[in-house]
Design a protein around this ligand. Structure first.
Ligand code: NDP
Length: 309
């Protein structure tokens, strides 16, 4: 089997951008897109903050355009998930069940998955008032009453951001204290549009075609009540898609790929690079993911060049 120049594992803005750059550098990249190609943007509706689209664009349409651009320059795609990797040799091996692919360099862009509460009603109302991204969807809720679930920095940031549009934001947290950093807590607590409901878990998101509230249970008293709202934002963290990389690349305690030579995209293994949300615990935007995908492709070009000398 031929040894590929570069295999990109994962799609999304980082992967497709890496593919565009690698393809235009004549590296003939192979992308293993995953069964759910396109990443988190496939789950959003309108994207209003991606530069170049002043009227906004639907998330899936934006990803289709990224892919078409990667395809135009000759990227090849495999719509499957990687089951295992072997990065120990100079040639990197990637396994999709019983098939083996080999490459001189690898770019990991498998992204992160939003953590959800796991309620049936949450799934059913996704995009109909349930969201996991205030930056993406906040502007659709002007003048609305909103709920944010979670007690970390993400939840505080989302709650604060949402007060630009909402008439009121209620943060519902399962404990009586926040995990968020002091400065983020103080900011949220000082915001007159934000109130808190403590020690409370969500039993159900209410509504048929659109969110109209949520049913909650106080974990100390057992009392069940309803909180009316038109938007329900889940901000309980993200999980990087790195299960197949454990023991193969250095990961941080939360499972994100650690970059070892910033500002490059080099991981702990020579010849393996990472871009996008899989290595980003801070920004997690389509545009920052795309930018790091570009960096990874340029890093690969230089790495391959160095192998020839
Ligand atoms: P965290 O893991 O820090 O917080 C998750 C929060 O959600 C916790 O309060 C947790 O509760 C709660 N939670 C988790 N699972 C559930 C569940 N099933 N049901 C109900 N509640 C749940 O994630 P974040 O995304 O907030 O932050 C991740 C990292 O990113 C952190 O390091 C953070 O500092 C950083 N970050 C920084 C920002 C900034 O500085 N501007 C902005 C956003 C993130 P509990 O407390 O009970 O565990």
């Amino acid at each position: 089997m031929a040894i590929e120049n570069v295999i990109i594992i994962g799609s999304g803005p980082a992967g497709y951008t890496a593919a565009i750059y690698a393809a235009r550098a004549n590296l003939n990249p192979l992308m293993i897109e995953g069964y759910q190609a396109g990443g988190l943007l496939m789950l959003t509706s309108e994207v209003e903050n991606f530069p170049g689209f002043p009227k906004g664009i639907q998330g899936p349409e934006l990803m289709a355009q990224f892919k078409a651009q990667a395809e135009r320059f000759g990227t090849r795609f495999i719509p499957k998930n990687v089951s295992d990797v072997d990065f120990t040799g100079k040639t990197k091996k990637i396994f999709i069940d019983k098939e083996t692919y080999e490459a001189s360099a690898v770019i990991v862009t498998t992204g992160a998955a939003t953590k959800w509460l796991g309620l049936e009603s949450e799934k059913r109302l996704l995009g109909k008032g349930v969201s996991s991204c205030a930056t993406c969807d906040g502007a659709f809720f002007r003048g609305a009453k909103l709920v944010v679930v979670g007690g970390g920095d993400s939840a505080m940031e989302e709650a604060n951001f949402l007060t630009r549009f909402a008439s009121h934001v209620t943060v519902i947290h399962r404990k009586d204290h926040l995990r968020a950093s002091k400065i983020m807590q103080d900011r949220a607590k000082a915001n007159p549009k934000i109130s808190f409901i403590w020690d409370t878990e969500i039993l159900e998101v209410l509504g048929e075609e659109a969110v109209r509230g949520c049913k909650v249970k106080n974990l100390k008293t057992g009392a069940v009540s309803e909180v009316p709202c038109e938007g329900f934002f889940v901000a309980i963290g993200h999980e990087p898609n790195t299960h197949f990389l454990k023991g193969k690349l250095e990961l941080d305690p939360k499972g994100y790929v650690l970059l070892k030579n910033r500002p490059t995209t080099q991981t702990s293994v020579s010849g393996v690079f990472a871009a996008g949300d899989v290595q980003d615990t801070i920004y997690r935007q389509a545009i920052t993911a795309a930018a790091s995908g570009c960096q990874a492709a340029i890093d690969v070009e230089r790495y391959l060049e160095s192998l020839h000398h």
